[in-house]
Design a protein. Structure first.
Length: 211
C-alpha cells in the first residue's frame, strides 16, 4: 500500500488534502518560497482536527540551503517550537558550499529531534554525489529523504530515484517529490519501487491502486 504525503501551508489546503485521503501532511508556511516553518496556530488547529501524522517543515528562511549568520540557531529554535506543538515528524536540511550534506548541523538537529522521524528535504537536490551523501544521512539517523533525483521533477528523475532506492537497501526511505500528479504517479512507483509519494496536489488515491 502506497502512502501519499501532501504538503500544505494553510487550513483550507489541509482539509482538501484530508478529503482527498492524504495519509500524512507536511505542514509548512510559505509554499511559494519552497516552504518555511509553520505558524503555531496552524499546527494547533490541525492537531485538533486530524489524526494523520503531521510532519513540520523546519526552515527559518527562504533562499539557499547553506548556513549563514544565525541560521542554525534559528533552525534549532523552530525545531523546539514545532516539537512542543506536537509535530509527529520534522523536515529540514542544510548543505555545505561545496555541495555536501552539512553533517555537523544535521547531527545537532537530529540529536534535538526527540526521536521523531526526520525527513531531509529537497536541499538534497543540490548535493554533488547523491549516493555518497545518502550514506551521510543514514549515518546521522535520518528516516527518509525527499527528492526528485536531482531532476526538474520526480518523473524525470525516476531512474536516479531507483538508483537511490537500490543504494539505500532499506536503511532509509526515498520519498519522490516534485511534480507528482495523478497522471504520472503510477509510472513513478513502477520505475522506483518506492512505498511513499509526496505531492503539493491532491489527487484520487485510485492513481496509486495496484501498488
Amino acid at each position: 500500500m502506497v502512502l501519499l504525503e501532501v504538503c500544505i501551508d494553510d487550513l483550507e489546503g489541509a482539509r482538501a488534502a484530508l478529503r482527498g485521503q492524504a495519509q500524512r501532511l507536511e505542514v509548512c508556511s510559505r509554499l511559494d518560497v519552497g516552504g518555511l516553518t509553520p505558524q503555531d496556530d496552524l499546527l494547533r488547529q490541525l492537531k485538533a482536527e486530524t489524526r494523520v501524522p503531521l510532519y513540520c517543515m523546519v526552515r527559518p528562511r527562504g533562499g539557499d540551503f547553506v548556513l549563514r549568520d544565525d541560521d542554525l540557531a534559528r533552525t534549532l529554535e523552530d525545531l523546539e517550537r514545532v516539537l512542543d506543538g506536537g509535530a509527529d515528524g520534522v523536515v529540514y536540511g542544510w548543505i555545505t558550499p561545496d555541495g555536501r550534506v552539512d553533517r555537523a548541523a544535521l547531527e545537532q538537529l537530529v540529536a534535538r529531534s526527540r526521536g521523531v522521524p526526520v525527513t531531509f528535504h529537497r536541499a538534497f537536490e543540490q548535493v554533488h554525489d547523491p549516493v555518497q551523501e545518502l550514506e551521510v544521512l543514514i549515518e546521522c539517523g535520518v528516516t527518509r529523504v525527499l527528492t526528485a533525483g536531482g531532476a526538474k521533477d520526480a518523473h524525470a528523475g525516476r531512474q536516479v530515484l531507483r538508483t537511490l532506492v537500490d543504494a539505500a537497501r532499506g536503511r532509509i526511505g526515498i520519498l519522490p517529490g516534485g511534480g507528482v500528479r495523478a497522471h504520472n504517479a503510477a509510472e513513478i512507483l513502477a520505475a522506483t519501487g518506492v512505498t511513499e509519494l509526496h505531492s503539493s496536489t491532491v489527487f484520487p488515491t485510485a492513481a496509486l491502486s495496484g501498488f
